[in-house]
Write a protein that binds this ligand. Structure first.
Ligand SMILES: Nc1ncnc2c1ncn2[C@@H]1O[C@H](COP(=O)(O)OP(=O)(O)OP(=O)(O)O)[C@@H](O)[C@H]1O
Length: 307
């Protein structure tokens, strides 16, 4: 378990982290969200013991990060932002080096390195120098060093930043596999990642914890929660659509000519819309219900508008 109480970090110019408190249980995958400069990386650096807090306490699996730093750090695998590695080393040599730093020798070292290589599927590049790898493989090498000692806690700073969609998919799959029974904290600017990967979303803004809930609950704050979007094959009677009970607004999407019917808060409009389409005999090519738009929720919360 991770317990954070009243965590605060001040730099000369500003407060980067401002009185954060939370606990995280094994099995949780927590997404740190927030605009640039929100304090996500600073929080991660304090969680991993690389930066001392000004105030507050952090306990990692029962070990205090300031008083029992090494014991706490043994529980943690950390992928820093950008995943710096030694570029001129081969992947294999780098992982052996990390295993040695972690205190492994002989057969145990060999086994750890082999297991990490297998876990993040690095077999084909073991002999290659790190600087010649694609971004996706570099990130995987970063993940391999983070999981080598099989830590209970994984802290991953923007693990899919800059990757192409295939690589993103692969790294997310890896993280999901690694998450079983562990605590995983990732920071990300990619909102879809939160829905795809996380069991819990923590939105940090100006160093403060603004929201701490499931990704679904976060989506439900959207104006478009339960909205129905339809792509008609003919012009539809908008007034009729607008008059359906629970419909708050009808919006046209000029890019594809589809219509989005916004539901009033707490209303479910899909069945009534579906019925209306059937009754009127309208030809509709696509019809879908939205869970909500995370980018809109993110913007409204971090700009201070009501969500
Ligand atoms: N070593 C430092 N010295 C002074 N200020 C710092 C230092 N590290 C971070 N900051 C400041 O603290 C604030 C929080 O930075 P942090 O890197 O934690 O944000 P972030 O949420 O990770 O941002 P991003 O999404 O851009 O990575 C920023 O205003 C940053 O400029």
């Amino acid at each position: 378990m991770i317990k954070v109480a009243h965590l605060t970090k001040r730099f000369v110019q500003q407060v980067a982290v401002d009185d954060l408190s939370f606990t995280i249980e094994p099995g949780e995958v927590v997404g740190f969200l927030g605009p640039n400069g929100a304090g996500k990386s600073t929080t991660m650096k304090m969680l991993t013991g690389f930066l001392a807090p000004c105030e507050g306490s952090i306990s990692i699996c029962g070990f205090d990060i300031e008083r029992q730093t090494l014991k706490a750090q043994r529980q943690i695998g950390y992928l820093p932002e950008g995943a710096p590695c030694y570029g001129d080393m081969t992947v294999g040599d780098f992982l052996v080096f990390i295993a040695q730093i972690r205190g492994y020798r002989g057969q145990a070292l060999k086994e750890r390195v082999m297991r990490a290589i297998a876990l993040v599927e690095l077999e084909q590049v073991v002999e290659q120098s790190i600087e010649t790898l694609s971004k996706g493989f570099k990130r995987r090498v970063g993940l391999a060093q983070a999981v080598l000692h099989e830590p209970q806690v994984l802290i991953l700073d923007e693990p899919t930043d800059g990757l192409d969609p295939n690589q993103k998919h692969q790294v997310r799959k890896l993280i999901k596999n690694l998450a079983v029974g562990r605590i995983v904290i990732i920071s990300t600017h990619i909102l879809e990642e939160v829905g795809a990967l996380c069991t819990r979303a923590m939105l940090i803004h100006q160093g403060r914890l603004l929201v701490d809930e499931t990704p679904y609950a976060l989506q439900s704050r959207s104006r478009y929660h339960q909205a129905v979007t339809l792509l008609p094959e003919q012009p539809l009677d908008r007034q009729l659509l607008q008059s359906v009970p629970g419909v708050l607004a009808v919006e046209e999407n000029p890019l594809d000519g589809s219509l989005t019917l916004v539901a009033a808060p707490g209303q479910v409009i899909f069945p009534a819309i579906n019925q209306l389409i059937y009754q009127q005999g309208w030809q509709v090519r696509e019809l879908e219900v939205e869970r909500g738009r995370l980018d809109e929720v993110f913007r409204s919360l971090t700009r201070g508008d009501a969500a």
